[in-house]
Design a protein around this ligand. Structure first.
Ligand SMILES: O=P(O)(O)O[C@H]1[C@H](O)[C@@H](O)[C@H](O)[C@@H](O)[C@@H]1O
Ligand SMILES: [Mg+2]
Length: 279
């Protein structure tokens, strides 16, 4: 049987690189910043423009009506992001918008593709580093065409963990996040890191630079592409309570193996986050 999704996969790689070039160029000009859910949840004219370009290119290539889209910048206008069985592109045009605004050089284009509610592939282009991460279900994960694998560390004391503070500034939430970070530091782990983009963080797990990355409050477009990349690199993808990963739950734990994941999970205090699909 012909490989039905190879063409969309190749196209996603092509489009991510084009988008990254646009982002790099936009970073040299004046950046127009607006806010979304709160004063620290930033969006720029580039986020909106790049999403339109990506979706426009996909529609032109594969037809207007055959594919569905969940895109960060068009999501609010559409209401809850419901994943159906139809081929669906899940797009974060600029993952790491705060980084982009401040010139902190970790910004990624994240493009994932799901069919029958299952992720088929993910592409993450870290555009200032010029590194392209990609994975297709069952076919391994790659960075710039080199196969990548998670680290084999099982001893939590020899691990590095990534987490992020996110954009929620509710005092109780911030207190819980800080307390969780403190508990993880005191395990002790070698260190806690964060690139400011969930997509890139997941690629750090996938290529063995860190052992785990978890976050509560991320959205499906932040983690959909990374989810395929981590799993295809041999890692595990879970809910922050250790249960099965749910793309719409806004909770995600990715790790090199179950031992590391379970140890970090022990220290996580879960706080509520409204689901992406409104359920
Ligand atoms: O909004 P962008 O930059 O697409 O996504 C980021 C979130 O805003 C931030 O809260 C989160 O910590 C980060 O991991 C995510 O990529
Ligand atoms: Mg994002």
């Amino acid at each position: 049987m012909a490989d039905e999704w190879q063409d969309p996969y190749d196209f996603a790689v092509e489009v991510a690189k084009i988008a990254g070039k646009i982002i790099r160029r936009a970073a040299e000009e004046e950046i127009k910043v607006n806010t979304k859910s709160c004063t620290v949840d930033l969006v720029t004219a580039t986020d909106v423009r790049v999403e339109k370009i990506i979706i426009g290119a996909i529609k032109e290539k594969f037809g207007e009506d055959t594919h569905c889209f969940i895109g960060e910048e068009s999501a609010a206008a559409k209401g809850p992001s419901v994943l159906t069985d139809k081929p669906t592109w899940i797009i974060d045009p600029v993952d790491g918008t705060t980084n982009f605004v401040h010139g902190f050089p970790f910004v990624a284009v994240s493009i994932a593709f799901a069919v029958n509610k299952e992720l088929e592939f993910g592409v993450v282009y870290s555009c200032f580093e010029d590194k392209l991460y990609k994975a297709r279900k069952g076919k391994g994960a790659y960075c710039d065409d080199e196969k990548i694998e998670v680290s084999d560390i099982k001893d939590i004391h020899k691990s590095v963990v990534i987490s992020e503070f996110g954009t929620n500034r509710n005092v109780d939430v911030v207190t819980e996040i800080c307390a969780t970070m403190k508990r993880i530091l005191l395990i002790p782990v070698h260190g806690i890191r964060g690139t400011g983009t969930a997509a890139t963080n997941m690629c750090m797990v996938a290529c063995g630079a860190v052992e785990a990355f978890f976050e509560i409050g991320i959205h499906c477009w932040d983690v959909a592409a990374g989810a395929v990349i981590v799993q295809e690199a041999g890692g595990v993808l879970l809910d922050v309570d250790g249960g099965p990963f749910d793309l719409m739950s806004r909770r995600m734990m990715s790790a090199n193996n179950r031992t590391i994941a379970d140890r970090v999970i022990k220290e996580i205090k879960i706080f509520p986050a409204e689901r992406d699909d409104g359920k």
